[in-house]
Design a protein around this ligand. Structure first.
Ligand SMILES: [Mg+2]
Length: 214
């Protein structure tokens, strides 16, 4: 049974966006609009060209920010503040999810390619504040993004995650490659499964999945 495959796990690592809330909340639509506006203002592009470049950077660099830093030497902190200035009114508290996370044995952390202050706001809106032992954003990885292995290594060193005794929950399958290589149990949280040897489990319903581990 599923519970058996997690019996060795003492460190639980959760992505934030579209993992700890359902993709139906569509927060990323708002973030993408903010990114496009930022790129229009800082690079002088029209919105169509900015959106194209945003997507190219996400595909080729892991995040839009990583591409902007590589090609345009963008200052990351003002960018992160601007793009995360979004409405969270579509998020609802999830008491069952909070109870299941609270019941997990060991240390729990959030690791997002967004910023830690943004993660704190999202967790509060989901009723998940105070459940985690650490909240890590892209700033804790020197602004290098998941899926880069070096980014995971920097964050896991600070969070004192023992990857041989850890599990990673993520909606972006790219971001499960390095955790798998590092010996973690991997859970893909998304509406549709994808093929890949680096994915141990898939679920459409994180709350239900964690309920099975109790
Ligand atoms: Mg995500």
């Amino acid at each position: 049974m599923v519970k058996q495959s997690f019996s060795h796990v003492e460190h639980w690592v959760f992505d934030l966006d579209n993992t700890l809330y359902p993709p139906a909340a569509r927060l990323f639509d708002q973030i993408e609009e903010k990114m496009i506006t930022y790129m229009v203002q800082s690079l002088g592009l029209d919105r169509g060209a900015a959106d194209q470049l945003r997507g190219d950077y996400w595909r080729n660099h892991g995040t839009t920010l990583a591409g902007l830093m590589a090609d345009h030497d963008i200052d990351p902190d003002p960018f992160l503040v601007a793009v995360h200035d979004i409405s969270l009114t579509h998020l609802e508290p999830d008491q069952a999810l909070a109870a299941h996370i609270g019941a997990l044995p060991g240390r729990k952390i959030v690791y997002t390619n967004g910023s830690a202050p943004y993660a704190e706001r999202v967790l509060a809106a989901r009723g998940l504040s105070g459940l985690f032992d650490g909240i890590f954003g892209v700033e804790h990885a020197g602004y290098r993004p998941k899926p880069e292995r070096g980014a995971f290594e920097r964050v896991f060193a600070q969070a004192e995650v023992d990857t041989a005794r850890a599990a990673m929950f993520e909606d972006d399958p790219r971001n499960l490659n390095a955790p798998h290589e590092m010996g973690m149990r991997t859970v893909h949280v998304a509406p549709e499964p994808v093929a890949g040897d680096h994915i141990h489990h898939h679920t459409v319903d994180l709350t239900g999945f964690l309920g099975q581990l109790r």
